[in-house]
Design a protein around this ligand. Structure first.
Ligand SMILES: Cc1cc2nc3c(=O)[nH]c(=O)nc-3n(C[C@H](O)[C@H](O)[C@H](O)COP(=O)(O)OP(=O)(O)OC[C@H]3O[C@@H](n4cnc5c(N)ncnc54)[C@H](O)[C@@H]3O)c2cc1C
Length: 480
């Protein structure tokens, strides 16, 4: 109980991995939990690319949070985008349409994740959607399948080529999985569906400014993945930085080679990540540092400096080189819940947060994946079955698991993609919203210096690979 005689009030911001597992972790605690999130679902982001390429339905990777938490009587869910966190008065302000809600808290867990970064070129988003939400995935689904449709109608070879050139920008796990799936669509799934075009002639390009594929998996698995993608018909272009991008295509700048123009109707942005802007307000109020990706520095127990009642978890934090992956968020959410529970029960404080690395995996195509668990690495078909088992285990709800398994059998053993539906509204939604907000010019910006962006991307990729290869992730600063 608090001084006012009310139960201890916990507010959780976000319904992603961090937010959901924090809320669930408080199920048996003597608290009231209010989850404030801007979507009504819990999104399993690692499978977004399968929604975009027609394998899974949105509901299978995005169950309603209200449904997931329906049996947890001490939790309520409210819809709204948090615009303000007042640490002095302990309130969270959220908005939905014109309705504003102010929710007071005794403890706060902030798990608002990260968004796409276009390195200062936000206007690229209109022509190369990112992969962060169900909206993004459905828009991309429309653009990918739509490009094949428009190629079938095209009058000239040049037009056909432009519609059948797909460029995925960013060779991290999302880019690799996306490029692999588009190649599979072109070379296998859609092969017999068109009469005029040969979908196998499609060019699928995976492009990155960094010198390697999959930096977080280390140098060796990066090289294996590149080779495997190339075997499946994906053109991998490294060291190429996108300096311009529009409806017709993109401009790629190289360090020691001439600039290249690539004509492409369908571009996917999987390149950069920027922490949720709520980190800025938290930094301003506490003096906590922000890193290059806008992530906030937290104490070893995931609290903010001077605010033991405020936890920040998941993709928003910068701590001990922890990667932006689901397990960091999930374990951070559980840790914050346990810390609150311990403090209310008068138990000793928890030791600092320690991330248990369960490994990373990425699919390249059907029956092919890469897996890294500590020093153990694996690629190929066994790795793919491991990927399948782990993703089934971590999906929310048994019904979703059964449906997803059914779709995987149809798509990977057969050639079926039962989720190819797209609507005009999905494809044009982004433009319509931008127009409502005052046109794309309102978001246009450009970075100061492309060389600086390139240097920073190269440095980041090398650092990622080195941290993985030398096992330095999640190791506290003073223990290194
Ligand atoms: C395409 C893709 C593929 C990925 N693949 C993998 C993978 O294979 N393996 C892996 O481990 N990780 C993967 N990740 C990363 C993983 O999904 C993230 O690390 C994880 O989701 C982070 O969890 P989180 O709780 O910090 O944030 P999120 O899961 O992003 O959740 C953030 C939540 O906050 C809400 N929110 C945001 N802003 C506000 C606001 N202002 N007000 C209210 N609510 C707000 C959002 O709606 C969301 O519910 C992938 C990510 C993406 C995008």
């Amino acid at each position: 109980m608090t001084d006012s005689g009310k139960r201890h009030q916990v507010v959780v911001i976000g319904s992603g991995f961090g937010g959901l597992f924090a809320t669930k972790g408080l199920k048996r605690s003597d608290v009231d939990v209010t989850m404030v999130a801007k979507t009504t679902h819990h999104l399993f982001q690692p499978l977004l690319y399968q929604v975009a390429t027609g394998i899974l339905a949105p509901g299978e990777i995005a169950p309603a949070t209200r449904d997931v938490l329906s049996s947890q009587k001490n939790a309520r869910v409210i819809l709204g985008e948090v615009s303000e966190i007042d640490l002095a008065n302990k309130t969270v302000t959220s908005n939905i349409q014109r309705r504003q809600t102010v929710t007071p808290y005794d403890s706060l867990i902030v798990a608002a994740g990260a968004g796409q970064s276009y390195f200062g070129n936000d206007h690229f988003a209109e022509f190369a959607p990112g992969m962060k939400s169900i909206d993004d995935a459905l828009e991309l689904r429309g653009r990918i399948f739509g490009a094949f449709e428009l190629a079938e109608l095209a009058e000239t070879e040049e037009e056909i080529e432009r519609f059948l050139t797909f460029v995925v920008i960013g060779a991290g796990p999302t880019g690799v999985e996306m490029a692999g799936q588009i190649a599979e669509l072109a070379h296998r799934t859609l092969r017999h569906d068109f009469r005029r075009i040969d979908t196998r002639k499609a060019r699928v390009i995976l492009l990155d400014a960094a010198p390697q594929v999959l930096p977080p998996f280390g140098a060796k698995l990066g090289a294996v993945t590149k080779k495997s993608l190339e075997k499946r018909g994906v053109e991998v272009i490294l060291g190429g930085m996108v300096t311009d991008l529009n409806e017709r295509g993109l401009t790629v700048q190289f360090k020691d080679a001439p600039t290249q123009e690539i004509l492409s109707a369908c571009k996917v942005w999987a390149a950069g990540v920027q922490a949720n802007p709520l980190t800025k307000t938290l930094a301003e109020q506490t003096g906590a540092p922000l890193d290059r990706a806008g992530r906030i520095g937290v104490n070893p127990d995931l609290t903010l400096p001077g605010h033991p009642e405020v936890f920040v978890v998941g993709d928003m934090i910068s701590l001990d080189n922890l990667p932006g992956v689901a397990q960091v968020a999930l374990q951070g959410g559980k840790y914050a819940a346990k810390a609150i529970d311990h403090s209310l029960a008068g138990k000793p404080a928890l030791p600092p947060f320690k991330y248990f690395d369960k490994g990373s995996m990425a699919t390249i195509s059907r029956f092919s994946a890469v897996v890294k668990i500590g020093k153990f690495t694996l690629s190929g078909v066994i790795a793919w079955f491991m990927w399948l088992a782990v993703h089934l285990a971590y999906m929310t709800g048994y019904r979703n698991r059964v449906y997803a398994l059914g779709h995987w059998l149809t798509s990977f053993l057969g050639r079926g993609r039962s989720e190819r539906v797209t609507t005009e509204q999905q494809i044009f939604a982004r433009r319509a919203i931008k127009r409502l907000e005052g046109g794309t010019a309102a978001v246009a910006s450009s970075p100061d210096d492309w060389n600086q962006v390139r240097a920073s991307l190269e440095e980041q990729a090398l650092l990622e690979a080195e941290l993985t290869d030398k096992g330095k992730r999640g190791v506290h600063q003073d223990a290194r």
